[in-house]
Design a protein around this ligand. Structure first.
Ligand code: ZN
Length: 347
């Protein structure tokens, strides 16, 4: 069953302010403008304004432009493009889908709760796996994920904790945490983890996308660098792939004649922030929402992403959470102290 997130009024109000401010851009000549005005003025490059109306440092390879659904619908016919491209744009014609994308929760219930509180309204939640492992609340993380409904892909830690993957491939730290997690999980939760599907999965609400834990070719493969991503991008059958596993928020893209990578750059490492990124036509994307419960990009804040199929916007989110509570639980459980200290370092 798919649930809508309950957002307290104050948070919801805040979000609508954020989204309207984020739709303005700042040309690199310093002038702030709407996206449409920026295009009309021929700004060659733009950066998105942050939730507080102050400029984020933006995205390393900014590429903002507004999308007109009518133009999207007609363009493939005008350009004589094939049916695959039309599938990509079906949502723009048939209706809007708003995704909440969570990944790598890693038994960090404090971080998960902070993400759900900060998330805007959504239609479908997709969980990219590694619900357990490392953190001290595996049963709570599983049960909260189950209650959210939507779609879930299995991760390597979910396989290890439910006994369908050997621990031989794990480093000692991860192996110790996986054994501890196995002993903590209820039978029902182990069984639920065991039946999770291997990625990639496809969902009827967004046929132009697929969802994996590691990579489209191998659920356990890490996509960290652009070189890692190129092969995947050249072989994908749909324009959009959402993936996790690396715990690094950002994206890879390919287009006729080139490819690139990007990561959202935030104005702080302390407060809740969002960075909007508008997708372009004729590109393939690999998008990582970041890790809810154990980020490894040097930013301790919990990470997640949303995607609006009508506006073609991916919104990267970072939210502070009760870090000390998560660390105290790890220490109280006699898990390796490094699993607590790495959370504050974001590594
Ligand atoms: Zn993970």
């Amino acid at each position: 069953m798919v649930r809508n997130a309950t957002v307290p009024r104050s948070v919801a109000d805040d979000r609508s302010r954020i989204q309207s401010s984020a739709r303005r851009v700042q040309c690199l000549d310093g002038q702030s403008a709407s996206l449409r005005d920026a295009k009309r003025r021929g700004c060659s490059d733009t950066k998105t304004l942050s939730r507080a109306g102050r400029p984020n440092k933006g995205i390393e390879t900014p590429a903002e432009y507004s999308v007109n659904a009518r133009v999207i619908f007609l363009l493939p016919y005008l350009l004589g493009l094939g049916p695959g491209w039309q599938v990509y744009n079906r949502q723009a014609v048939e209706g809007r889908v708003r995704l909440l994308i969570l990944s790598d929760i890693h038994s960090n219930i404090e971080a998960l709760q902070a993400c759900l509180l900060a998330a805007p309204e959504y239609d479908v939640v997709v969980n990219l796996g590694d619900i357990v492992g490392y953190g001290a609340n595996p049963n709570e993380a599983v049960e909260r994920s189950r209650r959210l409904g939507g779609y879930v892909v299995r991760g390597n830690h979910d396989k290890a904790a439910s006994g369908i993957m050997d621990l031989g491939d794990f480093n000692p730290l991860a192996g110790m945490a996986a054994l501890w997690t196995r002993n903590q999980l209820s039978e029902e939760n182990v069984e639920w983890l065991r039946q999770l599907p291997r990625g990639p999965i496809h969902i009827p609400e967004l046929p132009q996308a697929q969802f994996v834990h590691g990579s489209p070719a191998d659920e356990d493969e890490y996509l960290v660098t652009a070189d890692d991503a190129i092969e995947s991008l050249s072989s994908v059958s749909v324009p959009l792939t959402f993936f996790g596993h690396s715990h690094l928020q950002g994206a890879f893209t390919s287009y006729p004649g080139g490819e690139g990578s990007l990561r959202p750059v935030y104005a702080s490492v302390g407060r809740a922030e969002v960075v909007d990124w508008t997708l372009e036509e004729h590109r393939h994307y690999l998008i990582n929402p970041g890790s809810v419960g154990q980020p490894r990009d040097g930013d301790w804040r919990a990470a997640f992403a949303t995607f609006d199929s009508e506006r073609k916007i991916v919104t990267f989110n970072r939210v502070p959470y009760d870090l000390k509570a998560a660390q105290d639980r790890i220490l109280a459980a006699n898990l390796p102290p490094r699993l607590a200290t790495r959370l504050s370092a974001g590594r």
